[in-house]
Design a protein around this ligand. Structure first.
Ligand code: LCV
Length: 264
């Protein structure tokens, strides 16, 4: 792993199971371009080492699993903040296309784009300290349509709307009830539980597993919409990311104050 990547993650392989640990605690594991590139590269490296199952985790005892997209790297002033080529979107695609199960092992709080990353993993195992918040309305960000599809592929519409419209963290028990997580496990048992789950899947037929995962991705991600509809939605998103409210949301975070949104 490059010295650059080591600023953001640690990774290792044992018994055909690859583990990526987010280690940028000082910035609450914000999903910076550097961290996203490191995760995408680690997933590619796993494929050269016959890794069958991957686990993405924070460091033991982390209070924040990830604080989401690095707000300082969100482009302000006429550029789509969540465009297709954004490193975070590239990493989400890398997770969804990894030819084997990717498990998100979650302790601590998950924010914004990190929630999308967790839902892009195939399974989620969490301990009682976990919480999940999706936050575009805190910043005035026009979430991307592909990202909304990620949520629709996992959660009920009324739950998605409550999560997006309140930006309130869902605690671990609520996350289990809403289907955000597969398993809620005591903190002292989550490592053993997740390792056992990974080993059981790693022992199964990898070719069948990889093809079934890709079939499910295509069936859930590749939803056709009319070109005109997509362009209309993009125009609506452009109105949002060109708005004074978006600039205010970013400025308020930077100045550590509450935003004052005006609807313009
Ligand atoms: C840059 C950060 C971040 C960060 N970026 O520690 O979903 S969308 O559409 O909204 C999408 C665009 C997205 O994902 O947006 C990001 C959404 N994330 C958030 O809204 C969470 C922002 N962070 C926080 O609310 C707090 O940092 C939490 C509650 C996560 C942790 O609070 P805590 O008091 O433990 P600090 O806030 O003191 O953060 C420590 C340092 O990390 C920076 C933060 O600015 C601070 O840096 P300084 O010491 O230089 O002030 N930081 C945290 N999150 N997403 N930088």
């Amino acid at each position: 792993m490059s010295a650059e990547a080591q600023q953001f993650i640690a990774s290792g392989v044992a018994d055909a199971i690859g583990t990526i640990t987010l280690t940028s605690a000082a910035r609450r594991n914000a999903l910076s371009h550097g961290m996203m590139d490191a995760i995408s590269t680690a997933l590619l490296d796993f494929q050269t080492q016959d890794v069958r199952v991957a686990i993405i985790q924070a460091e033991p005892g982390a209070k924040v699993w990830s604080s989401g997209h690095d707000i300082g790297e969100l482009p302000v002033g006429g550029l789509d903040p969540l465009r297709y080529a954004d490193p975070l979107e590239h990493t989400l695609r890398a997770i969804r296309r990894f030819p084997g199960p990717v498990i998100a092992k979650v302790s601590g709080s998950v924010w914004g784009g990190a929630f999308d990353l967790v839902l892009s993993c195939d399974l989620v195992v969490a301990d009682p300290s976990a919480s999940f918040a999706i936050t575009p309305v805190n910043l005035g960000v026009p979430y991307n349509t592909t990202g909304l599809l990620h949520f629709m592929g996992r959660l009920r519409l009324n739950v998605i709307k409550e999560l997006f419209f309140t930006a309130a963290p869902a605690g671990a028990a609520q996350a289990l009830e809403w289907g955000i997580i597969n398993w809620l496990v005591p903190a002292g048992e989550i490592d053993a539980f997740t390792g056992d789950l990974a080993r059981r899947m790693a022992a199964k037929a990898p070719l069948a597993m990889a093809v079934i995962k890709e079939q499910l991705r295509v069936l859930s991600d590749e939803v056709p919409i009319a070109a005109q509809t997509f362009e209309r939605l993009q125009d609506m998103r452009r109105m949002v990311y060109d708005s004074a409210d978006f600039r205010e949301g970013i400025a308020a975070f930077r100045e550590k104050r509450a935003p004052q949104f005006t609807g313009r």
